[in-house]
Design a protein around this ligand. Structure first.
Ligand code: ADP
Length: 307
């Protein structure tokens, strides 16, 4: 049985619907990826590693994880913190705006819960996924311990997977981000960057430039996403371009990259070749952007994937 871990933060989402009404759900990049992986590959044990609180919304979030068949053994409950939260509003032009309350969230403390015994347990897994958002959320003083955990897992044979997912507002400055991303690229076996993310940080403006930028690192599998444009992969030195069929009626691109990542990694764990994995991942991302919000209704998603 294959086994993947997603470490990071899931937040309480408050979405403004009709005036004065809020719809409450849960979302966060690594959680979104975990959900879509599990929906497409139910046999793969998919775990979320995070910290929540002991409040009612934390309880509901854990229940939501379980209802998506995610393993909650590594969802920890902090004594005094609560989950992060964000508010999202879409104006008449379709522009989204966000307000976040996540600077003091329980997830920032997740490393406190990862004991040496737990690292030993995790060492039997197949993949360990973290994103640039996971990295930014982990408190600066806990990051050396995080890297130590990643190194131990890599040494044990767990594949390290990194999506840069750059969010400027979560970092103190660009130098800090670059130093952390250097460590991430140095340890990654698989990376799934979007061109936009790396353009802001390293001034690389095309999929080819991203591949060149990453060449000095020893990353076996590189998957570069670029919205509706072709996905470029490089595995064991072989570069391939994969055509994406553009979606005409895009409703909301939230979590396109997350869905892509989850389904791609599920397909790879399931033994599919790169081109098939990209095809499935793009199909999933294409379905997700035709629905509002990060998590598409299960039945609508399953129908889109059955085509
Ligand atoms: P992110 O959400 O990380 O910014 P991208 O915007 O690059 O990621 O999109 C991730 C994937 O979602 C793309 O590789 C593609 O498969 C799919 N996708 C995004 N936008 C479109 C679109 N307009 N039409 C079809 N597929 C899309």
């Amino acid at each position: 049985m294959k086994n993947i871990y997603f470490i990071g933060e899931c937040m309480i989402e408050l979405r403004a619907t009709v005036p004065s009404t809020l719809h409450q759900s849960f979302a966060g990049d690594v959680y979104n990826s975990a959900v879509y992986l599990k929906r497409c590959f139910p046999k793969i044990t998919t775990s979320v590693i995070t910290a929540l609180g002991k409040d009612n919304l934390s309880k509901k979030m854990r229940e939501r994880f379980a209802s998506e068949q995610l393993n909650t053994d590594y969802v920890f409950a902090h004594n005094s913190k609560v989950p992060g939260m964000y508010y999202i509003e879409t104006d008449e032009q379709g522009e989204r705006s966000f307000i976040y309350w996540r600077d003091d969230s329980a997830a920032k403390k997740v490393i406190e819960f990862i004991s040496p015994e737990l690292v030993k347990q995790l060492s039997s897994g197949d993949m360990f996924f973290f994103s640039g958002i996971s990295l930014a959320v982990i408190e600066a003083q806990a990051r050396p311990q995080f890297w130590d955990i990643v190194k131990q897992l890599k040494t044990a044979g767990v594949k390290i997977v990194f999506d840069p997912n750059y969010r400027a507002r979560l970092w103190d400055n660009v130098e800090q981000t670059k130093a952390q991303y250097h460590s991430a690229f140095s340890l990654a076996d698989i990376t799934l960057p979007g061109v936009e993310d790396l353009e802001t940080l390293y001034d690389v403006k095309s999929v080819e430039a991203v591949i060149d930028y990453l060449a000095p690192y020893n990353i076996n599998e590189i998957v570069v996403k670029n919205g509706p444009d072709s996905v470029i992969t490089k595995e064991a030195g072989i570069v391939q371009s994969h055509k994406i069929t553009p979606v005409k009626n895009v409703i909301d691109t939230t979590s396109a990259g997350d869905a892509f990542n989850g389904v791609y990694l599920g397909a790879r764990l399931d033994g599919r070749p790169i081109d098939k994995a990209v095809e499935l991942a793009a199909q999933a991302a294409g379905a997700v952007i035709q629905q509002p919000g990060a998590i598409a209704p299960k039945d609508v998603f399953q129908q889109a994937m059955a085509k």
